[in-house]
Design a protein around this ligand. Structure first.
Ligand SMILES: [Mg+2]
Length: 255
């Protein structure tokens, strides 16, 4: 279950692959944070739990499960609430159109749950457009003896057995380990604690300004560049793909 189909993003022999987190990265708001804040244990406790993950006091797997278990709202009602409250990053649509036209596959690596991500992307991007995205995430399952449409009837189903629940490095590494000449340049964009497993794996890491991933990278001395939205990412990626600059040059200009 944790093994992806053999390198789906290599189908078109790309020279660049763009991996990205979903919540709070492609979207302006984090959909899981929204559910936990609104229907679950609330923002104060949620932030404490994420601080515990950030500073290594607990695992993402356990903290995130505790948060989601506190949300009793039936799954279909969670989805309708998200469709009304979550919006797309202002530059993502243009970025994605450019990426599709320039053979830069976009692979979504998420700690969130697939049915919620698919519903949101279909709504925000258009069902047809969203089909081109490879999505690797966690799932949802019914609690024993219950149905997902019931109050308290669903729970997260993790993708793997790791402390992350979904260890994003496992999706990236097979590409990173390709031999020279075959190995594309790898990008990653993320914002929070669900991205810790991916932070060290790519050639250029975009971390959302002012968010937890920046704190982590500073503490752990992981190189990164910040972004506010996908307009900025597009500008940087475009100039690398066109050969106008390269990853080393971009990193040199970091403070
Ligand atoms: Mg995120």
């Amino acid at each position: 279950m944790s093994t992806p189909s053999p390198l789906p993003a290599l189908k078109t022999s790309p020279k660049f692959i763009f991996f990205t987190d979903f919540d709070g990265t492609i979207t302006q708001q984090d959909s899981n944070d929204f559910l936990v804040n609104t229907y679950g244990l609330g923002p104060t406790r949620r932030k404490e739990l994420f601080q515990d993950v950030l500073f290594g006091r607990t695992s993402f797997r356990d903290a995130f499960k505790t948060m989601l278990d506190s949300v009793q709202l039936p799954l279909d009602q969670c989805i309708s609430a998200l469709l009304q409250n979550i919006s797309l990053d202002e530059g993502f649509k243009e970025f994605y159109e450019w990426a599709r036209a320039n053979n830069v596959p976009v692979v979504v690596l998420s700690g969130g749950m697939e049915p919620l991500i698919r519903a949101l992307l279909g709504h925000l991007l258009g069902v047809e457009e969203g089909r081109g995205l490879v999505i690797m995430s966690n799932g949802v399952k019914a609690r024993e003896g219950m149905e997902v449409g019931e109050e308290g009837g669903w729970e997260i189903e993790y993708r793997d057995e790791s402390a992350f629940g979904h260890d994003k490095s496992r999706q990236i590494r097979p590409y990173a380990e390709l031999p020279d000449g075959k190995r594309p340049v790898l990008f990653y964009a993320g914002d929070g604690v669900s991205d810790l497993s991916a932070a060290r794996e790519t050639d250029l890491l975009f971390a959302k300004a002012g968010h937890d991933l920046v704190t982590y990278c500073q503490n752990e001395k992981v190189p990164f560049t910040t972004f506010q939205n996908f307009n900025e990412i597009l500008e940087t990626v475009k100039s690398i793909v066109s050969g106008e600059t390269d990853v080393a040059e971009v990193m040199k200009n970091q403070i």
